[in-house]
Design a protein around this ligand. Sequence first.
Ligand code: MG
Ligand code: FE
Ligand code: FE
Length: 169
Amino acid sequence: MGKLAINIVDKAGVRVPLLVEELNKAYCDEWLAYIQYMAGAQVASGMPRPNLLLELEEHAAEELDHAKKLAKRIIELGGTPIIEPKMWYKYSTCGYAAPKDPDAKIILEQNLQSERCAISVYNKLINMLDGRDPVTHKLLVKILEEELEHEQDLEDIEADVKSLNCKKK
Ligand code: MG
Ligand code: FE
Ligand code: FE
């Protein structure tokens, strides 16, 4: 716990316990996103599988990295990351869509929805901070940038599938 770190944020007018709670909710989202991507990559079948698998695994690694970075910031702000998986469901905003249907197109769609949820979570948090805690602000902007990239990657695959389907007709 960084005493000065907390002080600076507090003096800037941010309620630190509230910020920690929001970061913890995002932390839960990231764990669930990581698992959703990993599980999806393991069970996905059918077109557009080869392309999709690489992207799912890459995104999984990036979601895990987001969780790590959020944990570091939570600790700097005097909080404790939620490390009990049972609690991830409880505190998550975006939830967990189990890839029960292995159809790659459905998995793609599920993950696209999750990315859009993550984008709105980070957007809200960044607006809430309003630049008052530059370190957390920078971290959240960096994560948001990657979530936007994730959405784009998945949309690109979706577009490939659509154009393939058109050619078949
Ligand atoms: Mg990617
Ligand atoms: Fe993420
Ligand atoms: Fe993502």
